[in-house]
Design a protein around this ligand. Structure first.
Ligand code: SF4
Length: 377
């Protein structure tokens, strides 16, 4: 079995950095999931100047700077504050956990509602939920964030009605543009009264308040890189990019940050020709996920990304491989077709499970994994 992991129980932010094997991690929550060109260029410059120049995209659509030395942290925060990317305090930062569909249009209200929600969450009387509690504003014609984290959600029914939704429940409650944000906050307060995270409350059989009786649309698949009406969606290997690449992308347009470790370049109409960006849905690197692993993470038992890169070509089309530095499974908290979890005694292989699930094989060496993967699928 995979070894025990340290669960920290909180998420890093910009005002609450986390120490890792390569220095402090500083996580930025782009307002309403968007960075204008000045902000993007500014982040790239700050990552280069104060960190190790590595930028991660998280599965909560945050942008994470790595390798920040303790004595350079305050200067970095001053720089981010001048870009409008720092909340007034840690409490507000922690509460402002909002995903917004990258496919929003000017007239679907996603941006307006996300801004209203942000401002309400900054008030002292906002629900004092846990740092992992989140909101999703997903008001395109079809929802796209259903597989992404978010306890309280806003979507459209098939006929366009705005629906207040709870994570994991198949019916929603009709709301209007005016009542959407108050109703989201009211559902967050209800969640707080009944436990913490919505899915755990509903798993226990606790019924939602009255009014959840309209069928939600069900759209499960993650969008592929390509050209969309809102712009061009591009991916990066493991959701990681360097400062030079981010600086380059800043010149192409404003960015909408997604929970799929992809960026939507707002208003772009053609695929950028950049070796560091994944633009083809057929690229095998889209089939593999891997955390930073050792030595970047102190909990990692082995390196992960070079191994995942080597294994990508062996992963069948339509399937996924997760290589995890430990059983915490940060890069992909859900079940992959194949998961290889590093332990103190080699790699565990798990089929159709998460990184901490019971393995089918244990103690595998990294050298043997390509042949092993070819045999098992
Ligand atoms: S899964 Fe990876 S990043 Fe997360 S704690 Fe383990 S080694 Fe670190």
């Amino acid at each position: 079995m995979s070894g025990a992991v340290k669960i920290k129980g909180w998420c890093p932010g910009a005002l609450r950095p986390m120490m890792s094997g390569d220095g402090l991690i500083v996580r930025i929550r782009p307002p309403a999931g968007r960075l204008d060109q000045r902000q993007t260029a500014g982040i790239a410059a700050l990552a280069d100047r104060f960190g190790n120049g590595i930028i991660d995209l998280s599965n909560r659509a945050n942008v994470q700077l790595r390798g920040i030395a303790k004595n350079r942290y305050e200067a970095l925060i001053d720089g981010l504050r001048s870009l409008g990317l720092i909340d007034p305090d840690r409490v507000v930062e922690s509460r402002r956990n909002i995903l917004v569909t990258p496919f929003r249009s000017a007239d679907d209200a996603s941006g307006v509602i996300a801004a209203q929600l942000s401002s309400m969450l900054a008030r002292p009387d906002a629900p004092d939920v846990s740092a992992k509690f989140g909101y999703a504003v997903d008001l395109g014609a079809k929802p796209v964030l259903q597989d992404a984290p978010g306890d309280v959600r806003l979507e459209r029914a098939a006929d366009g009605t705005l629906l207040l939704c709870a994570a994991g429940y198949f019916l929603g409650k009709p709301v209007s543009h005016d009542t959407a944000v108050p109703q989201m906050l009211s559902l967050a307060r209800w969640s707080l009264e009944h436990g913490t995270r919505m899915s755990r409350i509903l798993d226990k059989g606790t019924p939602l308040p009255d009014g959840f009786d309209i069928a939600r649309q069900s759209v499960a698949s993650v969008p592929e890189p390509g050209i969309y009406p809102a712009g061009v969606l591009v991916a990066t290997a493991f959701g990681q990019l360097d400062a030079a690449t981010l600086s380059d992308i800043a010149g192409l347009g404003a960015l909408r940050v997604t929970p799929w470790r992809m960026l939507l370049i707002e208003g772009a109409t053609s695929l950028p020709r950049r070796a560091s960006l994944i633009c083809s849905p057929a690229d095998p690197m889209l089939r593999v996920m891997a955390c930073i692993g050792a030595p970047g993470c102190t909990q990692g038992h082995a390196g992960t990304r070079d191994l995942a890169r080597d294994l990508a070509k062996h992963v069948p089309v339509g399937q996924t491989l997760h290589v995890s530095g430990c059983a915490k499974g940060c890069a992909f908290p859900r079940a992959a077709n194949f998961t290889m979890t590093a332990t103190s005694a080699g790699f565990d292989l798990i089929r159709d499970g998460t990184a901490d699930a019971t393995p089918e094989h244990t103690g595998l060496s990294a050298r043997d994994l390509p042949d092993f993967l070819k045999k098992v699928h």
